[in-house]
Write a protein that binds this ligand. Structure first.
Ligand code: HEM
Length: 127
């Protein structure tokens, strides 16, 4: 038993911010994800905050991103980028490494596995 009903209950806002920080730090440093790093602006700090705001709601907490930006559909902000299976898998690798980095427990990783894949695959806009 994990003792929590949602990833938000497990991590809280601080945990989710630590996760997105580790996510973009990995993206910024690992050669195998250089392809998606190159799609992003030089300064990743604003993205750390935006992804945290999005994930806080997506993981079962308050809808911070929706309140600020209106929409929670992730396909439109990604329309201008060529995202295929390779880019999706690079993104998911950053997430796996970030979960490891923050010391997420196995139950949480399992809880996130399928929905994270599903949302990353939804953002994909080509093969
Ligand atoms: C599947 C691979 C993905 C790639 C390659 C990708 C790449 C990108 C890029 C290049 C941007 C624009 C960054 C900038 O403005 O500098 C962006 C924005 C964003 N991405 Fe992704 N992304 C992916 C998946 C996801 C997923 C699955 C989520 C949510 C769980 C997500 C959440 C966001 C958010 C919240 C923004 C900011 C949108 C805004 O408010 O303008 N991304 N992404």
């Amino acid at each position: 038993m994990s003792g929590y009903a949602t990833p938000y209950e497990a991590l809280g806002e601080d945990g989710i911010r630590a996760l997105t920080s580790a996510f973009y730090d990995y993206m910024d440093s690992a050669p195998e994800v250089a392809g998606i790093r190159a799609m992003h602006g030089k300064d990743l700090a604003p993205m750390k905050e935006r992804l945290a705001e999005y994930l806080i709601g997506w993981m079962g907490g308050p809808q911070v991103y929706a309140e600020k930006y209106g929409s929670v559909c992730m396909t439109s902000p990604h329309k201008g980028y060529a995202i295929g299976t390779s880019e999706r898998d690079q993104w998911l690798l950053c997430m796996d490494k970030a979960l490891e980095q923050i010391g997420a427990e196995e139950a949480l990783k399992q809880m996130l596995k399928e929905p994270m894949f599903a949302i990353a695959d939804m953002v994909r806009n080509r093969d």
